[in-house]
Design a protein around this ligand. Structure first.
Ligand code: 5GP
Ligand code: ZN
Length: 113
């Protein structure tokens, strides 16, 4: 979609810091991290939210979720990690291209450091 921020990140017209890419998905660091290593995983196929997400798109995205989580664990050594997905403005979604947040968790004294 030409006016979608995350489609522009996928096509490289908006720069991002890549964590992982394959033919189906792209993962990159969040521009406003709520914790060190905050990462977003998105499908290359544009869909607004989980309600519009085709099953094969979900399958390909969730297939790599453990790989992304383990890469974050190896890089940042968190003691826990949340995966979060907001759907609809009422649920806190601000970018309307499906995305899964990976938010590593640390001791209280760590975090964003
Ligand atoms: P939402 O609130 O829709 O679940 O999450 C959208 C996320 O996208 C936010 O955490 C926000 O910081 C991130 N974000 C918004 N614009 C950009 C951008 O241009 N680049 C990157 N890397 N992240 C972005
Ligand atoms: Zn898009």
């Amino acid at each position: 979609m030409s006016d979608c921020l995350f489609c522009k990140i996928i096509d490289g017209s908006i720069p991002s810091t890549k964590i992982y890419e394959d033919e189906h998905v792209y993962a990159f660091t969040d521009i406003s991290p709520v914790a060190k290593g905050h990462t977003l995983l998105i499908p290359k196929h544009h869909c607004k939210d989980i309600f519009e997400m085709p099953e094969d798109v979900a399958r390909n995205l969730y297939a790599v979720a453990p790989k992304i989580a383990n890469a974050i664990k190896a890089a940042f050594n968190p003691i826990g990690l949340n995966t979060i997905n907001n759907n609809g403005a009422a649920a806190g979604q601000t970018v309307f291209h499906y995305h899964l947040h990976f938010i590593p968790r640390y001791d209280e004294k760590e975090g964003l450091g």
